[in-house]
Design a protein around this ligand. Structure first.
Ligand SMILES: [Zn+2]
Length: 130
């Protein structure tokens, strides 16, 4: 169940951000997960609840945005989001295709509760997993 490893990494990133901004609590984590990661959102949610228990991120809402697979043809440069990576290019028929999206695993936003202001964005989207 790799959802636990991902949840651990997400918690680590959220805890780092919370410490950097002197936050008392992490209230929400938004992430973007490519479908090629085969992450089951409900399993990630449960795993996160378990790993975040008794941390400042306990009870944080998890917002999971699924990123579809995107493919680009190396021959004719067609990049059609509906074109399936297991198929040949719909324009030129080449099988020399490259997967350009769908394996993302990024935290796009972390909402924190601080003593002074309400929420902060992370400095940049952060990669959760290699
Ligand atoms: Zn092509």
């Amino acid at each position: 169940m790799h959802e636990f490893s991902i949840a651990q990494s997400m918690l680590q990133i959220a805890a780092d951000q919370a410490a950097r901004h002197n936050a008392t609590r992490v209230t929400k984590i938004s992430c973007r997960i490519g479908v090629l990661r085969h992450v089951v959102p409900s399993m990630l949610q449960s795993a996160f609840e378990i790993v975040a228990a008794e941390t400042p991120a306990a009870g944080a809402a998890l917002e999971i945005e699924k990123q579809p697979v995107t493919v680009r043809c190396r021959e004719c440069e067609t990049a059609d989001p509906s074109f399936d990576w297991r198929c040949n290019c719909p324009s030129c028929g080449s099988s020399d295709v490259e997967i350009t999206g769908g394996s993302e695993l990024l935290i796009t936003r972390i909402e924190l509760e601080t003593k002074h202001d309400d929420s902060k964005d992370p400095d940049a989207p952060q990669r959760v997993w290699p």
